[in-house]
Design a protein around this ligand. Sequence first.
Ligand code: HEM
Length: 204
Amino acid sequence: MDAGTDTTALTLEWAMANLLNHPDVLAKVKTELNNVVSKRGRLMEESDTSTCTYLNNVISETLRLYPAGPMLVPHASSVDCKVAGYKIPRGTWLFVNAWAIQRDPKVWDEPEAFKPERFDSDEWKTTQHGHFLPFGIGRRACPGMGLTQIVLSSALGSLIQCFDWERDEDVAVDMSEGTCLSMPKAVPLVAKCKSSLILDNVVI
Ligand code: HEM
């Protein structure tokens, strides 16, 4: 797994796959982009990434269900310690199954469902604290998190602002997970798109 590029590209692919399987969510993102960006007669810019909250919710929900580092990276305890009540001797390797934590039915309502709305309010930051960790947590958490959020939001936002997307075939996109450290799609995504952006006709 390449820390910066694979992870971001895979997440973009999973996000598009989720959107193609949920046309209502895709339409809502498009409406947000029209209101926030296209109405101003321009293409998506980096400064729009913080304003497009629903788009960011789609990215969070994608990272919850399909984290590009499903087992984070192995950590080793530098001293004897306790984790969740278990004694961990110094030098023990610890793997965190973020994929399972982020689908834990004790924590998440309808954990298998793709529902970006669950990130609408900041309430989840309290109720699901420590249960949403696609970038790890603590001192060794991913230093690329902030950059990733901007890159993903810009890329996904631009793809949706500029094109109308639909599934290649009239069946749901196959969401099987491949076996690899970074959890790629088992079946690469194929989709159809056509240009949808006519900025000249848009009132600024
Ligand atoms: C969707 C995108 C990404 C995801 C899901 C992701 C996820 C992760 C995860 C889970 C870890 C391990 C955290 C832990 O074990 O506690 C990690 C570490 C790391 N990531 Fe990312 N990452 C992404 C993008 C990036 C980017 C864009 C960069 C660089 C520009 C980057 C650089 C790193 C580095 C250097 C580490 C090691 C940090 C350390 O060990 O102290 N990552 N990332």
